[in-house]
Design a protein around this ligand. Structure first.
Ligand code: MSK
Length: 633
């Protein structure tokens, strides 16, 4: 265990290699092998220049064949593919938010789901103009759930949460014609626009990409985050541990993986049930250990201090330890490979959502109405499986770091008040953080998010970029698998990580007793970052685009990440990518996304794509310093 220094990527890779050796003993496949099988990738796919939207093709654009059969040029094809990519992500995130609203509708004082943060519910109700006086909190929760669900399909108007943005941002959205209407409408419009015979004008396609992205970040994702807080509690700083060594040799190990906290909350609850613990002991285990992978790990870590076993490309590692009794999944980012892999061991691969059905899994349909019963059945199945573990195959690398997680906007506002001693009003203020930035104690902030991608050495880009930014007194707010990369390395351990900071950031961390990399949650929680940026802008009077703040997704891989990129940029935050979003095949689309006169003219921010991680870091620091110079700070 590395309690007093960072765990290096090389050490993590050595641990993975020892797990792959374990897998070889039982004939397991691995993503590392599948990457080799799939390489080299299709050049047309990578450039975004293959169109298979209708059945006349597929059409692939080359110098010899510059147009598809319908006559669409490369710019239309790349633009359409890009918009479809965004729509897939916006639909996915927002459907997660929709499930949360349905769960909110099921809350009862004595039910599986309750209102744990009534103040937050009342605050949002007031914001939405809903009468709260004398109303029972559960009646209010149900009313808010219905109103929230209408945001998905209302025939008129724009998203309610847009009014949270600074006036300047709202004006830009209005003038650019990208205020998102009903969430489902923006996804449907994206699919309609990209159907054969509709839009092929890059500008129109990219405008709709921003609009669809905004329907996610300021609609579906924001509802997912805010109402998860209402039901499960708004995160506060809590200490936990991270990396593969959180699996316990003598305990029943249950891994929760996916995104929707409705499932994992209940699994955590029943894993603590004395009846289940007694059952585990009757099978010779010392107890039940729940740990997380991917964003579900973030959700339960920040609310309950549940350890985080790994991120996206570590998901096979937990099974390869030979000590995983069950891997329980809900939705998104789940490798279908987990089915055949779990068959090589004793592991039960339990799927729970009709949205994510996979071969070689046991399906226990989870629903808000029968949540308790379902979760108990899952925990029992895992416990009973302990007896089937083959002890000769158990290999748990001794790699664990400490992590302090759970920095919601509310928590950040609270802890940073300790640094500058500014009076916090009822709703809180970001003024202490602004003072640190304007005085130069902190040079700026980077919101680092996103996945792992085998195109980038896993976790290396996240960790190395974070170290470089910390050295330069740039504070990090992180979410998703980027957050777990930091936690695995030890960058969320306040004691260890402060030594990687410049003098200013180190002082802030010591005074506020925080790590320099602040864990903000899962990938839907990037909406928290939008609220924080908006609050900084309102408290300073400076437009978001002029603040020394940038976004970064160095190892992103999913459609959701592209949707996120679109709402982050559309909110005015320059965004730096370490993987190309299949757009390089069109110089027109590239200019719109990355140039000085594309989306930048509409929303005052754009993308930078840089595959060299060292240069990506330099470019972010340069942009932050340019913004500081422009502000004269
Ligand atoms: S889980 S979308 S791999 S961050 Fe949210 Fe991680 Fe990316 Fe999935």
């Amino acid at each position: 265990m590395n309690w007093d220094r960072l765990t290096t990527v090389e050490e993590m890779e050595a641990a993975t290699n020892s797990l792959l050796e374990n897998g070889k003993k039982v004939g397991a496949d691995s993503w590392q092998q599948r990457v080799k099988n799939q390489t080299p990738h299709c050049g047309f796919g990578e450039a975004g220049t293959c169109c298979r939207i209708c059945s006349m093709g597929p059409c692939r654009i080359t110098p010899k064949s510059p147009r598809g059969i319908c006559g669409c040029d490369v710019h239309g094809i790349v633009g359409r593919n890009f918009l479809r990519f965004v729509a897939g992500g916006a639909a996915t995130h927002s459907d997660h938010g929709r499930e949360i609203m349905h769960t909110l509708h099921q809350t009862k004082p004595d039910g599986s789901y309750q209102v744990k943060d009534p103040e937050k519910l009342l605050r949002i109700a007031k914001e939405w103009g809903v009468e709260t006086e004398g109303k029972d909190i559960y009646d209010l929760a149900h009313e808010m759930a219905e109103i929230g669900l209408m945001e998905y399909g209302k025939p008129f108007g724009v998203q309610r949460f847009l009014q949270r943005a600074p006036e300047h941002t709202q004006k830009l959205w209005h003038e650019a014609g990208i205020e998102p209407r009903a969430i489902d409408r923006e996804v449907a419009t994206a699919l309609h626009m990209t159907h054969m015979g509709n839009s092929s004008l890059p500008e129109a396609l990219i405008r709709q990409s921003l609009r669809s992205g905004l329907s996610d970040g300021w609609g579906g994702s924001m509802m997912g985050t805010e109402f998860s807080d209402v039901m499960f509690g708004t995160p506060k700083p809590v200490d936990t541990t991270a990396n593969i060594g959180v699996m316990e040799k003598d305990m029943v190990n249950i891994i929760v993986h996916g995104h929707d906290p409705s499932l994992s909350e209940m699994v955590v609850y029943y894993a603590n049930d004395p009846e289940m613990i007694a059952l585990a002991k009757s099978y010779g285990a010392k107890g039940i250990n729940v740990a997380g992978v991917c964003c579900t790990a973030n959700e339960v870590a920040m609310r309950h201090g549940i350890p985080m076993a790994g991120n996206f490309l570590s998901q096979e590692n937990v099974v390869l330890t030979g000590a995983c009794e069950a891997i329980v999944v809900d939705v998104q980012c789940i490798f279908p490979a987990l089915g055949p892999l779990s068959k090589c061991f004793h592991t039960k691969f339990i799927t729970t959502s009709p949205i994510a059905r996979m071969p070689d899994s046991e399906f226990i349909q989870f629903s808000a109405e029968s949540a308790g019963e379902n979760a108990k059945a899952i925990v029992k199945m895992a416990v009973e499986n302990f007896q089937n573990r083959n002890q000769d195959l158990v290999n748990i690398p001794n790699q664990v770091s400490k992590a302090r997680v759970g920095y919601s906007v509310e928590a950040i506002v609270k802890v940073l008040d300790g640094v500058a001693n500014t009076q916090v009003d009822e709703l809180g203020t970001t003024k202490p953080l602004l003072e640190c930035i304007t005085s130069g104690v902190l040079r700026g902030a980077v919101a680092m998010v996103g996945c792992n991608n085998p195109k980038v050495r896993p976790d290396f880009a996240h960790i190395e970029l974070m170290k470089k930014l910390l050295e330069n007194d740039i504070i990090l707010i992180v979410s998703g698998c980027s957050a777990q990369a930091a936690a695995k390395a030890g960058l969320m351990d306040p004691e260890v990580a402060k030594d990687y900071c410049g003098a200013g950031l180190k002082r802030v961390c010591e005074l506020a007793n925080i790590p320099p990399v602040l864990h903000m949650g899962s990938c839907v929680d990037i909406s928290r970052m939008m609220i924080l940026a908006s609050q900084l802008s309102k408290d300073s009077g400076i437009p978001i685009s002029q603040l020394p703040v940038v976004g970064c997704a160095p190892e992103w891989m999913s459609e959701k990440a592209v949707s996120i990129g679109n709402y982050v940029v559309a909110t005015g935050i320059d965004t730096f990518l370490g993987v190309d979003p299949y757009s390089k095949g069109s110089d027109e689309v590239t200019a719109l996304l990355q140039g000085e006169h594309g989306i930048k003219d509409w929303v005052e921010a754009n993308y930078t794509v840089e595959l060299d991680i060292e240069k990506l870091g330099d470019k972010m620091i340069e942009r932050i310093e340019q913004k500081r110079a422009a502000l004269g700070i």
